[in-house]
Design a protein around this ligand. Structure first.
Ligand code: SAH
Ligand code: F3S
Length: 483
């Protein structure tokens, strides 16, 4: 998760670069929009193309190949990408040999239509087809259309070692599941990323070992729905019940995977994202309570505080069940930090439903929040069955109200850290001051402090002196026992 307390639409893509191989001659400009999963997928793509002779560049004008990893989650995200394609178009006029490819969710959603709608695009590749990139590049060299949007039952890229792009050398993402079976009615992800499948624990541990060997200190396990992780020898999650008795008996679930990671790498911090309330089990909470190196932070999207709206969204829990889960979390892990995703103005949302959202927020007092106005996505159950009937100005007013309440709660949470001393992993230089480092505490709150003689990657203790609603300001008081 990004560390800002409140995020609206992310307008900027991230142009990505890595340490390049000297023997590679072709230049790849790759940028990523949307979620962390996309960023991690771009690292997989860069790895596949590095073997094809491509080095990454941050200079669009220099590129032989431009790839944009896209997001379809809201209409605005797609519009941002369309605008970006216009910029590529201007560059292609100067450099006509440059090829342009679209990856990710928008590629999967629009398929061949992309080639018709956007003349600039040479290549359309869905999230499960990145291994096919070398063949697809040959197709465009031969003057043929290159589209592969086939979704897979078992692709997890488990054997591809991602090359780390724009890395701080300290924290990295490791994907553990792909796809989602939850079918929330508003969400395009099940259609663009396919059915849910889990990656083999052995390959996850191997990737983490490689990162630890390269001195990485914090790993975030990634998936659309990590609590639903289940390895039973491969295949879709939905087919688990058909697997052999042995496969079922030896299956590894998310709590077991967390335990395995935390015990195999006791000096490494672990985070995970995203948790879905309906799949979050007490065993996961117990695994967290048992291991200090699993960070005290859970991103637990709820989307609405109204049971009626949750039902319309096909979220498999009520407001009360969610509150009970929150009570359990706080009881088992008292120093936990929590964050939410919320959608305002979903189909049929009344003022009363909106008040239910505000009162749920008041109950939980989340540390962070990621809040959005509902955006109808073509092809989703909500788009097909329920009218998008909340006027845009009402959606926006409600969004402003929940953002303001979240800011108040974030400040309440950051103020509670004042006077306390906590372990921080140093991630880099503060954006605002060359003299300060920034890092995060276990609860995922950003902490800034004077650099002194410490260095990036150190675990240190910081005493918090002051705060804003988003940042803690403190003083380093020495190395922590984990260092
Ligand atoms: N489980 C996923 C959720 C992906 S979408 C994960 O890994 O984070 C991230 C968030 O975008 C959702 O939790 C939801 O709050 C928001 N979102 C999804 N579809 C949306 C839509 N159609 N309109 C507005 N917001 C949406
Ligand atoms: Fe989307 Fe719901 Fe899955 S929000 S990613 S369908 S858990």
């Amino acid at each position: 998760m990004a560390s800002e307390n409140v995020i609206e639409e992310k307008k900027q893509g991230q142009a990505l670069i890595t340490d390049n191989k000297s023997e590679n001659k072709k230049k790849l400009f790759i940028e990523s929009y949307g979620c962390q999963m996309n960023l991690n997928d771009s690292e997989i793509v860069a790895s596949i193309l590095s073997k094809q002779g491509f080095n990454t560049t941050l200079n669009l004008e220099d590129a032989d190949l431009v790839l944009v990893n896209t997001c379809s989650i809201r209409e605005k995200a797609e519009q941002t990408i369309r605008k970006r394609l216009q910029k590529y178009n201007a560059v292609k006029k100067i450099n006509p040999k440059m090829k342009v490819g679209v990856l990710g969710c928008m590629a999967e959603r629009l398929k061949e239509k992309f080639l018709e709608e956007e003349k600039i695009v040479d290549l359309v590749v869905g999230p499960d087809a990145y291994r096919d990139l070398p063949n697809l590049l040959e197709e465009i060299d031969a003057g043929r259309d290159a589209v592969n949007v086939i979704l897979s039952k078992d692709e997890t890229y488990g054997d591809v070692s991602p090359v780390r792009l724009n890395s701080n050398g300290v924290s990295a993402f490791v994907s553990i599941t792909r796809g989602c079976d939850n079918m929330c009615t508003f969400c395009v992800v099940p259609y663009t990323r396919g059915r849910e499948r889990s990656r083999e624990p052995k390959s996850i541990i191997k990737e983490i070992q490689d990162l630890v060997d390269e001195n990485y200190k914090e790993i975030t396990l990634l998936g659309q729905n990590v609590d639903s992780y289940l390895w039973y020898g491969g295949g879709l999650k939905k087919d688990f019940k058909k697997a052999s008795e042995i496969a079922q008996a030896t299956a590894v679930d998310f709590a077991q995977l967390l335990e395995l990671c935390a015990t195999t790498f006791p000096k490494t911090r672990f985070r995970f994202s995203t948790s879905n309330p309906q799949d979050m089990d007490l065993s996961v909470l117990n695994a967290m309570a048992n291991h200090k190196n699993i960070c005290r932070y859970i991103h637990l999207p709820v989307q609405s505080g109204s049971t009626k709206i949750l039902k319309a969204m096909n979220r498999q829990h009520t407001r009360e069940e969610y509150m009970e889960l929150i009570d359990n979390i706080v009881e088992i892990i008292p120093d936990i930090a929590l964050s939410q995703d919320m959608i305002t103005g979903f189909c049929g949302e009344t003022e009363k439903d909106h008040q239910d959202t505000l009162s749920l927020m008041e109950y939980v007092k989340y540390d962070f929040g990621f809040m959005f106005a509902y955006s109808e996505r073509p092809g989703t159950p909500a788009a097909k069955k329920t009218p998008d009937d909340v006027p845009i100005d009402v959606k926006k007013r409600r969004l402003t109200e929940i953002i303001q309440l979240q800011q108040k709660h974030s400040f309440y949470r950051t103020k509670a850290f004042i006077g306390k001393t906590m372990e921080v992993l140093i991630e880099g230089i503060s954006k605002k001051s060359e003299l300060h480092f920034k890092g995060r505490n276990s609860q995922n709150t950003v902490v800034v402090f004077l650099k002194e003689d410490y260095k990036v990657g150190d675990f240190i203790n910081v005493k918090v002196d002051n705060c804003t609603s988003a940042t803690l300001i403190g003083t380093a008081v020495g190395y922590s026992e984990n260092n």
